[in-house]
Design a protein around this ligand. Structure first.
Ligand code: RIB
Ligand code: CA
Length: 325
């Protein structure tokens, strides 16, 4: 069982990642850290608290950074344009929603900010911990800047982010990296073992409507919730970024948890030297150095993912939620 800290900008796929980490027998989830990203920090923290409360997940939640480390220091930083979507009945539709249909909760975030939690927890840890980052990498990068010695307690950093042949936030950038490119570069240079689960893997390990039917059949509140979140993603994907396979969606974040459970869910995992574009048209791009002979390798990068295996892992883990709910 691996000890895991999961850093989330909850979010539909983050929510599925939290549930998957909580119910996987291979994962000992020690804490959740929130970060802004899909939604503002108040909302991602509240969504995280709603998820843990709704499914009796007994782990502390640490509120994290509300902004990137550096990139929006310039006052006229352009605001994100949000395209308003509606479904076939004219109802509003979005990839990530405030409250996610979950009830309000009395659960509160811990006092300590997330970056300080990393420093405090990892300094004292007597066992190595795997850090899974599925939002902008701000919290952990800040912790590394406060005390770089924490890397001694980190077994692996698993990042949902980046893309080689795929992008989403900008023509050549994925959202988690584009949101805080400086933080991503700090994590890359940390000296930790860093494994990237980029869009190349998550788009090829898509989840289908039929997989959601299987999840719903499990019948636990957690499995039905995950099916709902993924169905919502399928609707939005179909309207905005249809995948080759109809009625399917990339469900990015839980693929990182699936990789902990069964590393063979990532295919074509290559040890590479990579850096992150800082500014200009390549801002936030994960640039894999093609000169195999020059640079020291600094991360592992998955160029593909196994869709059938991923779907089976999700179903198998959600079956645990029946026993425990
Ligand atoms: O680009 C996909 C990533 O950005 C996912 O982690 C999603 O939740 C958003 O954070
Ligand atoms: Ca996320």
């Amino acid at each position: 069982m691996r000890k895991v800290i999961l850093d989330v900008d909850t979010g539909s796929d983050d929510a599925v990642a939290i549930v998957t980490a909580a119910f996987a027998k291979e994962v000992d989830l020690v804490a959740l850290c929130s970060v802004w990203g899909n939604l503002p920090i108040d909302v991602t923290t509240d969504n995280t608290l709603r998820v843990v409360s709704a499914f009796d997940i007994n782990v502390p939640v640490y509120r994290g950074c509300a902004r990137p480390l550096v990139k929006d220091l310039v006052a006229d930083y352009p605001p994100k344009k949000i395209r308003k979507l509606v479904d076939e009945n004219g109802r509003p539709l979005s990839m990530h929603t405030p409250n996610m249909g979950l009830p309000e909760t009395d659960r509160k975030a811990e006092d300590l900010p997330a970056a300080m939690f990393y420093v405090d927890y990892l300094r004292k840890a007597d066992e190595k911990v795997t850090v899974v980052l599925v939002g902008p990498l701000t919290n952990f990068a800040l912790a590394l800047r406060i005390d770089e010695r924490i890397i001694d307690k980190v077994e692996e950093v698993i990042v949902m982010g980046g893309g080689h042949h795929f992008a989403n936030a900008r023509p050549c950038a994925e959202a988690n990296i584009w949101n805080d490119p400086e933080a991503a570069q700090i994590v890359l240079e940390s000296g930790c073992k860093v494994t990237f689960v980029p869009l190349d893997a998550t788009h090829q390990a898509y989840i289908t409507w039929d997989d959601c039917v299987r999840m719903r059949k499990i019948g636990s509140p957690a499995s039905v919730f995950c099916a709902e979140q993924i169905e919502q993603r399928i609707r939005v994907h179909s309207l905005t970024q249809p995948l080759e396979v109809p009625d399917s969606a990339a469900v990015h974040d839980p693929l990182c948890i699936a990789y902990i459970i069964d590393p063979s869910v990532l295919n074509d995992l290559r040890h590479v030297h990579m850096y992150v574009g800082q500014g200009g048209p390549g801002e936030g791009q994960t640039i894999v150095d093609g000169r195999y002979y020059t640079q020291k390798k600094n991360c592992w990068f998955a160029f593909n993912g196994d869709r059938d295996r991923f779907a089976d892992i999700l179903i198998r883990v959600l079956e645990n939620s029946v026993v425990q709910s």
